[in-house]
Ligand binder design. Structure first.
Ligand code: A2P
Length: 316
């Protein structure tokens, strides 16, 4: 299994299970299936609404005794309504309770967006807080305090641009261990991946398969279907593997971690088997050449008129 080495020498399995959109009632079996198949990295977040069930699956698995807690990398994320420094510790303690864990391997600021306390999704523009009011640097310092207390082993960010990361480092002197962003052949973000490498920051690719099971309201009209692209199909045929496996192998070949979501037992195993595929340099280049700067998760739900956030301020 490929690993990613973080700045302090810590390694993590580059391949993991995504749990965004994994329904309650299904995610317990998915996590158990994944761990029994050989997954050792589970990606979670409070906002996914399923950490309690993931936690039961982890706890039941550890209770059997074949897999120890320290053999599994568990990531979770601070939700936007908990950015105020005084709310950060309560938030991670809630997640730890739900996941039935003593510590997280990695805790990320989920978005560079602040919401009022208790607001999961904003109903109106009043539910937003500005980054002047709740600066990311103050949230980041509170994240560092969690590390100092041993509640989390590593801290990082998600959906952060290079500029926002540099501002965080300038303001606090603390470099994130990881930036988790959307990455796939339609959105390769090569400059961002290169910039993270230059700073010793690990990168995790989310929505690597094109996130087709997103709610309809989150989809744009006529969005391109990554899993059905002919170039992906051609490479899949050449290797006798599936398109999803090609996309996973591409993400690993770039040196990123990758967290495809599945709750289907066959696809959970199929995705893990992709860690054994080696693409040629030409195949990697062909896939990277599909880049069209297309985000499946475009962040437009934050960039509402009057919210104080725009797509430019979000991604810039
Ligand atoms: P399912 O959970 O039924 O397997 P992403 O990780 O980009 O968010 O994509 C998740 C979507 O891709 C889900 O709809 C998931 O469905 C589907 N998926 C996961 N693995 C595969 C696979 N090997 N082949 C086809 N679709 C897959």
């Amino acid at each position: 299994m490929q690993t990613l080495t973080l700045a302090d020498g810590t390694t993590l399995p580059a391949f993991g299970l995504g749990t965004w959109k994994s329904a309650r009632g299904e995610v317990y079996d998915a996590v158990k299936e994944a761990l029994s198949a050989g997954y050792r990295h589970i990606d979670c977040a409070k906002i996914y609404g399923n950490e309690g069930e993931v936690g039961t699956a982890l706890s039941d698995t550890f209770a059997v005794g074949e897999i120890r807690r320290d053999e599994v990398w568990v990531t979770s994320k601070l939700w936007n309504c908990d950015h105020a420094p005084e709310d950060v510790e309560d938030a991670v303690r809630g997640t730890l309770e739900d996941l039935q864990l003593e510590y997280l391997d990695l805790y990320l600021i989920h978005w560079p967006v602040a919401l009022k306390k208790g607001v999961l999704f904003p109903r109106g523009t009043d539910d937003f807080r500005s980054l002047e009011e709740v600066p990311l640097a103050s949230t980041w310092q509170a994240m560092q305090a969690l590390k100092d207390k041993g509640l989390v082993r590593q801290i990082g960010v998600s959906n952060f641009s290079v500029g926002k990361i540099d501002a965080l480092i300038d303001a606090t002197g603390i470099t994130p261990a990881m930036n988790q962003v959307e990455l796939h052949p339609f959105h390769t973000q090569q400059p961002l991946v290169d910039a993270m490498k230059a700073r010793g920051i690990g990168v995790t690719a989310y929505s690597p398969l094109g996130s087709r099971d997103r709610a309809e309201v989150l989809k744009s009209d006529n969005e391109p279907v990554l899993l059905e692209h002919s170039a992906v199909a051609t490479i899949a045929e050449a290797h006798g593997v599936s398109p999803a496996q090609v996309l996973i192998a591409w993400a690993l070949a770039r040196g990123t971690a990758v967290i495809p979501k599945s709750t289907n037992p066959g696809r959970i195993r199929e995705n893990l088997a992709a860690t054994e595929i080696t693409l040629t340099d030409d195949e990697v280049a062909t896939l990277s050449g599909l880049d069209r700067g297309f985000r499946y998760v475009d962040g437009s739900f934050w960039a509402r008129p009057g919210s104080g956030y725009t797509l430019e301020s979000l991604w810039g």
